[in-house]
Design a protein around this ligand. Structure first.
Ligand SMILES: C[S@@+](CC[C@H](N)C(=O)[O-])C[C@H]1O[C@@H](n2cnc3c(N)ncnc32)[C@H](O)[C@@H]1O
Length: 378
């Protein structure tokens, strides 16, 4: 078993620094930020801990090797030279996925099959296997060959399903936010668990649920499984330690004042179910209400919302009127901070105020801005 492992936490474009901050908070120091990924080195226990705790990363990959390759021969030989047997057992299942950007080797299917052949060759040699194929009846080791400007990066996925799959989503509305992005939206605010928190467009409840998990320091992966739980290279007690650490770190006594409302009552029912499934019981207040009727009662609150963007025909006017109504309400609540993600180009004008800060984010493939209005705390 290798003592140190090089890991990559993959990230949505625009969220790399948020992911890097989370990695550092886990205690890993040597952190490098690149486009769409954060690299760091840990001991093997970093695999369970990263998977359990990272709220904003898409998945955690284990780096096997990296080299330059401009011919299939180079790709084959250098892949075969890597110590795959340190990671993959004789019966491991080894599907290979790939991508290629700005590289001489641009045929992804060819790169995948060459990498697969090279790994099989290596395993046959190291395990002394006579047959031309490996059995692949054991645990899953999904390899990725990622070529970028002729540099080949070979990694194995340690997560299984993407980390946004927390295990609490029983249902969803039309445009649910990915859990990882919802967590990032909360982390990009200065909200602390003792301040009020409201999502006035909560849909299936993703933002309030992620806020509650953050507020009580509950590990987002606590209710799910990870593919690398089955790997021999990670002694199972390291998983037990990580789950115990998460159990001890959770602060279930932290009171929270989190509310989600939405104009659509069916979504409120789904949000309630999702919160139950997340183990949050009745911790979040859910209410069917339109934003026009919202009147903040307390001070120093935080609003984080993902309203409709008005991109669909027929929606635009209604959405624009709603942004205006919302701005009118919040004008009278200067102690509240407001954070809104939308792709609508005129949001600030309709809301009636220029944002304190803006940040470009992708919601899936939609280019959005995250408008941030800092409240003046009383
Ligand atoms: C983009 S979705 C939010 C999705 C949510 N973040 C999730 O993860 O499920 C926008 C939501 O705004 C709600 N909505 C539309 N108009 C509204 C209004 N006037 N007041 C409150 N909610 C409204 C819709 O019902 C929809 O659920």
């Amino acid at each position: 078993m290798p003592k140190k492992v090089n890991l990559i936490a993959t990230s949505a474009m625009g969220l790399e620094s948020v992911v890097a901050k989370e990695v550092k908070e886990l205690g890993y120091e040597d952190v490098t930020v690149e486009n769409g990924r954060v690299r760091y080195q840990t001991d093997v226990s970093g695999i369970p801990r990263s998977n359990l705790w990272l709220r904003t990363a898409d998945r955690v990959r284990l780096v096997v090797g990296e080299f330059q390759a401009t011919t299939f021969d180079e790709l084959f030989e250098q892949t075969k030279a890597l110590p795959w047997e340190n990671f993959i057992p004789e019966d491991g299942s080894v599907p290979v996925i790939g991508k290629s950007v700005k590289s001489t080797l641009h045929s992804v299917p060819d790169c995948q099959s060459i990498v697969k052949k090279a790994i099989v060759e290596r395993m046959k040699k190291m395990y002394g296997l006579a047959s031309s194929r490996i059995q692949e009846t054991g645990p899953m080791y999904r390899v990725e060959i990622a070529l970028h400007k002729d540099i080949a990066l070979l990694t194995i996925d340690t997560s299984g399903s993407g980390l946004h799959k927390r295990g609490y989503r029983t249902g969803q509305g039309e445009a649910p936010l990915k859990e990882t992005l919802a967590a990032a939206l909360v982390q990009l605010t200065n909200w602390k668990p003792d301040f009020p928190f409201v999502d006035p467009f909560c849909g299936s409840g993703t933002i309030p649920i992620e806020a509650a998990l953050i507020g009580q320091n509950i590990a987002p992966g606590f209710n799910r499984e990870f593919v690398s739980e089955e790997w021999d290279m990670i002694p199972y007690n390291l998983w037990e330690d990580a789950f115990n650490e998460a159990e001890e770190a959770a602060n279930y006594d932290q009171p929270l004042d989190i509310t989600g409302f939405d104009i659509d009552g069916r979504l409120i029912d789904i949000a309630k179910e999702n919160a139950m499934e997340a183990g949050l019981g009745e911790l979040i207040t859910w209410k069917q209400m339109q934003v026009k009727d919202f009147r903040p009662q307390s001070a120093n609150g935080y609003i984080v919302g993902n309203p409709p963007y008005g991109e669909r025909m027929g929606d635009k006017e209604q959405v624009e009127q709603m942004y205006k109504d919302f701005g009118g309400i919040m004008k009278d609540c200067p102690s509240w901070s407001v954070y809104i993600i939308t792709s609508h180009p005129n949001f600030e004008k309709l809301y009636g105020k220029e944002a304190t800060k803006k940040r470009k984010l992708f919601n899936g493939f939609i280019k959005t801005d995250y408008y941030q209005y800092f409240g003046e705390h009383k």
